[in-house]
Write a protein that binds this ligand. Structure first.
Ligand code: FAD
Length: 449
């Protein structure tokens, strides 16, 4: 399936998908289903089989909006509150509205979602207000299942190529990307009529406080390439002031996942063994409570499971050590720490931009359209925070014209616009016709609301 062989210098395709985590394979699959004759290339800097934030899979879908349990309106409200109001509601609402059909489709791929004795989806309450977590008994098979679909649809997969810049034509429309082979350092030019960017979050904006380079909650190789490429191509970025800090297990490069263990009866405690967090699922409020406890002198903070029955802990271990991150079990084994015997010390992660929880990243509207081109077609598909940039001309005419016009986007620093707090849609055209970076002051936004 690794179709782009080393030695090639140029590839022409109709649709280029950058990033092969979960949004990327889904976008490539949808694009191919929509246009079977199209040449769809999926570019991934690691290997699609095991790349991205989840690598294998996940224990449950955290943003399941299932009729009977929740409505798109409730979900949008939940995310807005969790993000302290820093959120573009239209794309979140659109996602929530289409969520159920996507769940059903994934179910059809063989990714099983837990059902109750009546055969209905068995949604759990983990968030602050509503119920949006749908357990996945065979969640560790997600990536495999997506890969099967890619093979079936004959999507061209290009592993070990890292996109470095989006290409634009003279009119500013997206025309492809430049990538470098992470093994051989060879460059590759990909000319594409449409680019769908699914390069994930920005997980490591600085050295983690723990001092461990990989001591991140987010996939440490999600380094924000997508944000940078989109920005350089003229797209707006949105809601970055709502960054994330997440609880980790101390000295372990991975999440604490108190919210995973929560439905089984586990929780976060202070050093006195007292619960102090209202809800273990991520929100600005949760991290504030975490911070306050550390400042109060009652730290460090712990994950508490030792009050639970051994069988229950076994179930939690199956999720945390098999589905979430297999290295975690080995870490505890070698440390001699056992959930049954004592509480496990936690730590906090570095700052990260996470499009998943904090609805931040490249600005897209509810049709997954960015603001980086003059004219555009509706997006063919949006999965998570993908961006779709389409050129309007038919493929052949486009190929002929871009052969003449193709040029990398400027890498020169752009003028920083003044801080704008006046509008929640603060994105304005610059003198060169591109859209400026949007930056809104958190305090002022709060005051305004
Ligand atoms: C530790 C952890 C646990 C989570 N658990 C859950 C859970 O239980 N339930 C849930 O619903 N959600 C969970 N999430 C969130 C969920 O995993 C993410 O929202 C989702 O996987 C994001 O998918 P994505 O495709 O946007 O990004 P990713 O899956 O991160 O994929 C991005 C891909 O782009 C590639 N890439 C990046 N830059 C480039 C480039 N320049 N060129 C080529 N390729 C590039 C990366 O290698 C990566 O493969 C969790 C997240 C984390 C970090």
């Amino acid at each position: 399936m690794d179709e782009i062989k080393s030695g090639l210098t140029e590839v022409v395709c109709d649709i280029l998908v950058i990033g092969g985590g979960t949004a990327g394979p889904m976008a490539a699959y949808k694009a191919k289903r929509h246009s079977p004759g199209a040449r769809v290339v999926l570019l991934e800097k690691a290997n699609v089989k095991r790349s991205g934030a989840i690598a294998m899979g996940m224990d449950g879908l955290n943003n399941a909006v299932v009729p009977g349990y929740a409505t798109p309106e409730q979900y949008t409200k939940e995310i807005t509150i969790a993000n302290d109001g820093i959120c573009d509601q239209a794309p979140v609402y659109k996602y929530a509205s289409r969520c159920f059909e996507i769940i059903q489709e994934l179910d059809g791929f063989g990714i099983k979602f837990q059902k109750n004795e009546n055969g209905d989806f068995d949604v759990k309450k983990v968030h602050h207000l509503g119920s949006y977590v749908l357990p996945m008994p065979n969640g560790d098979t997600v990536k495999k299942a997506l890969y099967r679909q890619l093979r079936r649809e004959k999507v061209l997969i290009s592993n070990r190529y890292m996109a470095t810049r989006l290409l634009t034509g003279r009119d500013g429309q997206i025309a492809g990307a430049i990538a470098v082979n992470t093994r051989s350092a060879e460059f590759l030019v990909l000319r594409a009529r449409t680019v769908i960017l699914c390069a994930g979050a920005a997980g490591r904006l600085g050295l983690p406080q723990s001092g461990y380079l990989w001591g991140t909650y987010e996939n440490a190789t999600n380094s924000g390439d997508g944000y940078a490429m989109a920005y350089h191509a003229g797209a707006a970025l949105a809601n970055l002031e709502c960054y994330q800090i997440n609880p980790l297990i101390k000295d372990y490069n991975g999440p604490a996942c108190a919210y995973v263990a929560g439905p089984f009866g586990a929780y976060t405690t202070n050093s006195e063994g007292n619960r102090f967090i209202e809800c273990d699922y991520w929100s600005g409020q949760m991290m504030q409570e975490f911070y306050n406890e550390l400042q109060s002198g009652k730290g460090p903070v712990f994950l508490k499971l030792n009050h639970l029955h051994s069988d229950t802990i076994g179930k939690i271990e199956a999720v945390l050590h098999q589905v979430e991150r297999p290295s975690r079990g080995r870490f505890h084994e070698n440390r001699g720490t056992n959930y049954r015997e004592r509480m496990i010390e936690m730590h906090i992660s570095e700052i990260g931009f996470c499009s998943g929880h904090s609805a931040s990243g490249v600005y897209v509207d509810e049709f997954a359209r960015t603001r980086c081109q003059v004219s555009m077609r509706p997006a063919i598909w949006q999965a998570s925070r993908t961006i779709t940039c389409s050129a309007p001309s038919p493929t052949e005419r486009w190929r002929a014209s871009t052969r003449r016009k193709l040029q990398p986007t400027s890498t020169s620093p752009t003028t920083t616009p003044p801080m704008s707090c006046a509008s929640s849609n603060a994105c304005w055209p610059r003198h060169d016709g591109r859209m400026a970076f949007r930056l809104t002051s958190l305090n002022t936004r709060r005051d305004a609301s």
